[in-house]
Design a binder for this molecule. Structure first.
Ligand code: RTP
Ligand code: MG
Length: 139
């Protein structure tokens, strides 16, 4: 399996609850290497742009409001099979359906406030990583 990259955000609910450290520990223990990382806050405009693919979905307004409601941690992660393995580590979008031991099962509050983001393809991982990080911010 080729080594590749995914992109994640620790979302405002998990940051507000003091779960940055616990979530980063799970990510590192699962074998992901941190290539870039930033503690930042999205404006509503930036959150709208990041989630533009969802703009026709009924939850888009709520999602933009939530993702700009407080600081987040954004990171690029590297591992063999990174995108799929990270989706497995975070669990289903809805924490009620997430497998035991997954980040969302442990830390998400609801289908909307679900603790973490994980890219859904190699292509989107590259686009999302570039949304936050320049080449000189990746190590
Ligand atoms: P993400 O992109 O954040 O990793 O989440 P995902 O792939 O598991 O889910 P996706 O379908 O891409 O949805 C993006 C985010 O929108 C919020 N959402 N709310 N209220 C709802 O029914 C609903 N559905 C989705 C969640 O924050 C979800 O992670
Ligand atoms: Mg998604």
């Amino acid at each position: 399996m080729a080594t590749n990259r995914t992109f994640t955000m620790i979302k405002p609910d998990a940051v507000a609850d003091g779960n940055i450290g616990a979530i980063l520990k799970m990510i590192e223990e699962a074998g992901f290497k941190i290539i870039a990382m930033k503690y930042t806050k999205l404006t509503a405009d930036l959150a709208g742009k990041f989630y533009e693919v969802h703009k026709e979905r009924p939850f888009y307004g709520e999602l933009v409001e939530y993702m700009s409601s407080g600081p987040i941690v954004a990171a690029i992660l590297e591992k063999d099979n990174a995108v799929a393995d990270f989706r497995t580590l975070i669990g289903a979008t809805n924490p009620a359906e997430a497998a035991e031991g997954t980040i969302r099962k442990l830390y998400a509050k609801s289908i909307g406030e679900n603790a973490v983001h994980g890219s859904d393809s190699d292509e989107n991982a590259a686009i999302e990583g570039s949304f936050y990080f320049s080449e000189t911010e990746r190590f």
